[in-house]
Structures are given as structure tokens and as C-alpha cells.
Design a binder for this molecule. Structure first.
Ligand SMILES: Cc1cc2nc3c(=O)[nH]c(=O)nc-3n(C[C@H](O)[C@H](O)[C@H](O)COP(=O)(O)OP(=O)(O)OC[C@H]3O[C@@H](n4cnc5c(N)ncnc54)[C@H](O)[C@@H]3O)c2cc1C
Length: 304
């Protein structure tokens, strides 16, 4: 993430800005570009449309950093309902979860038990669970909780962030557990002690890790990026694989490229966020591309 993106994340954390986005029509309109809706029904409808086009989905019931047990349990139950709906509607997809939404940070046992429950329910409907990677303060804990449940159930996957200095070493421990591994650039503002800062360094790290993952047929690499140069590197390695792999992109981002990849027969999964807690997710999408914010500002000003 560049300096503008990092500054933007700082601004969007302010309450006044949050209100401007969540309580105005242009703000909510901006959210609909990146978020499939506020209800499970809307998410399933979006998933069915995406399946119809030939892509699989990963449903993300938005929420993170809950601070009370009751919220963490509600998040687990929402995800259980989501898995049931995937089964009932025959959706070709899985779920993506943030462990801080399940209680990681204030009750790690609860988070682990909830992830275990999700893995079991996912197995019952013949699908998987991907654990999103959050900010670096919780990387270690996320990997620890993931590893315990993955060793038990084997139907999990984990996101890793190319910008972190530690990721290649983490993969040494994670890859022997099998499962799917989503490689992304990383969406949080991180200091130089833990993450590379320039776009070129992130790209180099991403390509190195792509080689590592695509070279191992025991894991399923999921190359999560909208950057065509990064995707081309992965594509150049795909022909040598005997194991499965896929590309992943976000709902509403580079949709023409998504359509082109599907037309070319590439295996593509779309990450579909839904729910009322969409603000932090939206701020990360704005930080990645500040012109998204300009779109919002233009719409807001034209109303006045
Ligand atoms: C499926 C998926 C899951 C992810 N999971 C995680 C996770 O668990 N943890 C985490 O930290 N990060 C996650 N990310 C976010 C990721 O880390 C990046 O922040 C994000 O994908 C942007 O990086 P990029 O690889 O697309 O490259 P970039 O260089 O940022 O983008 C390449 C091109 O894509 C387009 N683009 C990218 N983002 C946007 C946007 N928001 N709006 C409009 N156009 C855009 C632009 O044209 C840009 O030039 C995930 C991303 C994907 C695709």
C-alpha cells in the first residue's frame, strides 16, 4: 500500500468520516459496488449469479475485532447459517472468516472452538473454510489457531500476505498442513519492521511466494490479486502443476478482467462480502485505490 493509501486508512478511522460514509446515500452507494448486500439472502443471490458465470465464491460475513462473547458467538452462528445456505442452495463456494470476528484476542479458546465448529459444518456440506489474515499484531495467533484446527479437520485454508517479512518462513510451517493457501499482497498499514513498503518490493515478494506455492502440488495455491503482471507469473507456472490451483478476486473489482479470465477458462473464485458491518472492509478497498474515494466525494458534493 502506498503512502496515500496509508494516510487514507488513518483518516477513515475517524468517526466523522465513518458517519459521512455509512450515513449518506453516496457512501452506501459506494459500498454496494464492493459488498453484495446486507443479508445472507442477497449474498446467496450474488453467489448464484457468479456461479452461473462459471466462478466459485467465498462468502465473507463482514465483521472483525469483536470484543464481547455474545458478538463472537453470533458471528459463528451467522457463518453456520451461511454454510447451511451454501448446502441448501447448492452454491459452489466456501466461506472466509476473520478470527478476530470469532473472539480471537479476548477469548482464543472460543475462537478455536468456533473455527472447529465451522470446519465440521463445512465438511458436512462438502466445502472448506478460508481463514483471512488480519493485521500483523495477530499473525502469529492466527497461524497458531489455524494450525490446530487444520491438523484436526484438514478442510481449511489460510490467507498469507506477501508484504510481511515473515511470510516465507511461516509457509514452511503452514504448507505441510496441506489445504488451500491464499496469497495476497496485504491490505493493512504496516511498519517497515514487519513489512516491505514499496510497491515493487511487494510485487517481488508476491512473485517469489507464487513460485514457492505453485511449485508444491500438496497445497492448493489461490493467487489472490487483480494485478495482471502477478497473475501472468502464476499463469506461467500453472502448466507444470499436477495439483489444483485457482485465482481469486474481490467482488466488484476489475470485473472485466474477471469476465475475460472466465472466458479463457481460468479457475476463478470471487470473494463475496456481505453484512451490515461493511465499513472497515470498504476503507481498505478505498485505500488500495484512492480514486474510489474520489468517486464518493464527487457524488457527495454533487448532492449539495
Ligand atoms: C480474494 C482476495 C482475498 C483477500 N484476502 C485478504 C486477506 O485475507 N488479508 C489481507 O490483508 N488482504 C486480503 N486481500 C487484499 C489484498 O491484500 C490487496 O490489498 C488487494 O487485493 C489489492 O492488491 P492487488 O493484488 O489486487 O494489487 P494492486 O496493485 O493493489 O491492484 C492491481 C490493480 O487492480 C485494481 N484494483 C485493486 N484493488 C482495487 C480496488 N479496491 N478498487 C478498484 N480497483 C482495484 C487496480 O486497477 C490496480 O491497478 C484479498 C484480496 C483478494 C483478491
Amino acid at each position: 500500500m502506498n503512502i496515500i493509501g496509508r494516510s487514507l486508512l488513518g483518516v477513515t478511522n475517524r468517526n466523522v468520516f465513518r458517519k459521512m460514509i455509512t450515513e449518506t446515500r453516496p457512501g452506501r452507494a459506494l459500498s454496494t459496488r464492493f459488498v453484495a448486500g446486507e443479508t445472507l439472502e442477497q449474498a446467496i443471490a450474488a453467489a448464484e449469479q457468479i456461479n452461473h458465470k462459471g466462478a466459485t465464491v467465498s462468502l465473507d460475513h463482514l465483521g472483525e475485532h469483536v470484543t464481547e462473547r455474545v458478538q463472537a458467538e453470533a458471528a459463528r452462528d451467522d457463518y453456520l447459517a451461511c454454510l447451511d445456505a451454501i448446502g441448501d442452495h447448492g452454491v459452489d463456494g466456501n466461506i472466509s472468516v476473520k478470527l478476530s470476528q470469532l473472539g480471537m484476542g479476548f477469548d482464543n479458546d472460543l475462537a478455536a472452538a468456533s473455527l472447529d465448529a465451522l470446519a465440521q459444518r463445512a465438511a458436512a456440506v462438502d466445502t472448506t473454510v478460508t481463514v483471512d489474515m488480519e493485521e500483523s499484531a495477530v499473525t502469529e495467533l492466527t497461524i497458531d489457531l489455524y494450525s490446530v484446527v487444520q491438523a484436526e479437520h484438514g478442510n481449511l485454508g489460510l490467507a498469507v500476505q506477501a508484504y510481511l517479512h515473515r511470510t516465507a518462513q511461516d509457509l514452511d510451517a503452514i504448507m505441510p498442513l496441506g489445504g488451500h493457501i491464499r496469497l495476497c499482497k496485504g491490505a493493512y498499514a504496516e511498519p517497515s519492521e514487519v513489512a516491505v513498503q514499496s510497491g515493487d518490493e511487494v510485487d517481488d515478494a508476491f512473485d517469489r511466494l507464487t513460485h514457492l506455492l505453485m511449485g508444491d502440488d500438496e497445497v492448493k495455491p489461490a493467487i489472490a490479486s487483480h494485478d495482471t503482471e502477478r497473475l501472468d507469473v502464476a499463469a506461467s507456472l500453472a502448466g507444470q502443476r499436477t495439483g489444483p490451483y485457482e485465482y481469486q478476486m474481490l467482488y466488484g473489482v476489475r470485473t472485466a478482467l474477471q469476465d475475460q479470465m472466465l472466458a479463457d477458462g481460468d479457475p476463478l473464485r470471487i470473494y463475496v462480502p456481505y453484512g451490515v458491518a461493511w465499513y472497515p472492509y470498504l476503507t481498505r478497498r478505498m485505500a488500495e485505490r484512492p480514486s474510489n474515494l474520489a468517486f464518493f466525494m464527487r457524488a457527495a458534493l454533487s448532492r449539495g
